[in-house]
Design a protein around this ligand. Structure first.
Ligand code: PLP
Length: 209
């Protein structure tokens, strides 16, 4: 089932989109099944889950941290942290810098429109934050990340993804290295892909629920 799900999403999303299987509600056993099905990018939103899945998976799998990161937790996973999708605080960047181990590819989490969410920078704050991060040798901003509000209203979801894409285009004038768009989950990834997602984060649609 995991294999069929993954194949289907791969066909729909096309070759230019990196699919991250979000394994946060699933066992190590199921995560290894996803690996056997060809998945090489995994997403976890908690430190414990990240460590557990990282330890179990072969070395050529990449585990992305997609949840809220607390600065005091950075040191617990920094050795294996190569992709962080939720950078929104300079204190986290400072911890990455202090560790000085390797470059961490980061997405800035942006709150495009969701008044109910506490997470993500406001669009107008993003460029200034990227400017500050230029001083950090071990923090490389490769893109922007957002989550669409939980709604049935497709036009709201569509406007969220269009808004992130537009913001990236504006920012890329000064920061051309900010190329990637991490957006789209099980319920809304077709809309995200249509609007330029380069990384999609899929839980239940791959792993089952
Ligand atoms: C859980 C989670 C996902 C995947 O959610 P699904 O709806 O199961 O696809 C994607 N991104 C983040 C940040 C998550 O926490």
């Amino acid at each position: 089932m995991i294999k069929g799900n993954y194949e289907q999403i791969k066909n729909e999303a096309g070759e230019d989109v990196t699919i991250i299987a979000v394994t946060k509600y699933h066992t190590v056993e199921d995560t290894l099944k996803a690996y056997e099905a060809g998945v090489r990018h995994f997403g976890e939103n908690r430190i414990e889950g990240f460590i557990e899945k990282r330890t179990a998976l072969p070395a050529d799998a990449e585990v992305h941290f997609i949840g809220t990161m607390q600065s005091r937790k950075v040191k617990e996973i920094i050795g294996d942290l190569h992709y962080l999708h939720s950078l929104e605080r300079e204190s986290v960047a400072k911890k990455i810098e202090q560790a000085g181990l390797h470059v961490v590819n980061c997405f800035i989490q942006v709150n495009i429109s969701d008044e109910t969410s506490k997470h993500g920078l406001k669009p107008e704050e993003v460029e200034g934050f990227i400017e500050k991060l230029k001083a950090y040798k071990y923090v490389k901003v490769i893109g922007l990340m957002t989550m669409a509000p939980n709604t049935e209203d497709i036009s709201i979801i569509e406007n969220t993804f269009k808004g992130l894409k537009k913001l990236r285009e504006n920012i890329a004038e000064n920061y051309p290295e900010v190329k990637e768009l991490s957006m789209g989950m099980s319920n809304d990834y077709p809309i995200a892909v249509r609007n330029g997602a380069t990384y999609i984060r899929i839980g239940s649609k791959i792993m089952g629920s």
